[in-house]
Ligand binder design. Structure first.
Ligand SMILES: Nc1ncnc2c1ncn2[C@@H]1O[C@H](COP(=O)(O)OP(=O)(O)O)[C@@H](O)[C@H]1O
Ligand SMILES: [Mg+2]
Length: 246
């Protein structure tokens, strides 16, 4: 299988304004992809469509080996099918420890009666430790999440999403508000996560995108303007014009 997510001919209008205009593109099963584009290009709306928050007026969004239509599924069905989304603002439980946040994320999809009688097993504990290692918070497990830096909270939230083992992770502007060191760690983390799943990152920071070393899709007025390596797309005259606002 070469395609995990296939978006074809998708359009959506808000009050007559075409936010997404005949958008088509594919994401592979273990691919890291950056989506860039000026404000209002439709990047967040694209994520809203994939996660079921917004239903398009036309087009198709197909998922997985069976090419199931995501448009026929609601938000929780899509999440259960393996699509995780990280929003710009972290939504960790600030009063809980890093360990407990990760543990809660692990049990999230379990049946209510199982959660009610839940006791942490050795396997869960090991998995939490493994996740903490992966996000670089192994030495912070007992910290209250509210005490973490902005960057650490973002990593914790990525860890909480990884706990659900999504096959596609959508991340909207992860670098915003991060220090350089935090941004570097975030790139490493996303690159690592993309070895075993697809990761789509919307980002404004070009240095951040460069460090991802991945295929880049440039959105403009709700359509794909250019696609390829960052060097390739930034040499494209149309892309240059759009970024310079001509
Ligand atoms: N729910 C909505 N209602 C009306 N207009 C919207 C809505 N969501 C997005 N838009 C408009 O669609 C366009 C694309 O928005 P968005 O996807 O947020 O762009 P980006 O994330 O690339 O900056 C913008 O012009 C925005 O104002
Ligand atoms: Mg946006």
């Amino acid at each position: 299988m070469t395609t995990l997510l296939e978006v074809s001919g998708v359009s959506v209008s808000f009050d007559g304004f075409k936010a997404i205009n005949n958008l088509s593109f594919d994401i592979g099963p273990a691919e890291l992809r950056a989506i860039i584009g000026p404000n209002g290009a439709g990047k967040t709306t694209f994520m809203d469509i994939v996660t079921g928050k917004t239903k398009p007026d036309s087009g198709e969004v197909l998922w997985g080996e069976m090419s199931r239509s995501l448009l026929k599924m609601n938000e929780s069905q899509i999440a259960r099918a393996g699509i995780g989304r990280k929003f710009q603002r972290p939504t960790v439980f600030e009063d809980q420890s890093v360990f407990d946040n990760l543990l809660m994320a692990l049990k999230k999809d379990r049946a209510p009666w199982k959660v009610l009688f839940y006791r942490e097993t050795t396997a869960d504990k090991a998995r939490v430790e493994e996740l903490a290692e992966e996000i670089g918070l192994a030495d912070q497990l007992q910290r209250k999440s509210g005490e973490l830096s902005h960057g650490q909270k973002q990593w914790l939230e990525i860890g909480m999403l990884l706990a659900q083992e999504p096959r596609l992770l959508l991340v909207d502007e992860p670098a915003a508000g991060m220090t350089l060191a935090e941004r570097e760690h975030t790139t490493d983390l996303l690159k690592e996560a993309a070895k075993t799943r697809a990761v789509v990152v919307v980002e404004h920071d070009m240095e951040f995108v460069r460090r991802l070393e991945c295929r880049v899709t440039v959105l403009h007025e709700g359509s794909v303007l250019a696609e390829g390596s960052l060097d390739h797309v930034t040499k494209n005259q149309q892309v240059i014009d759009v970024y310079l606002g001509r």
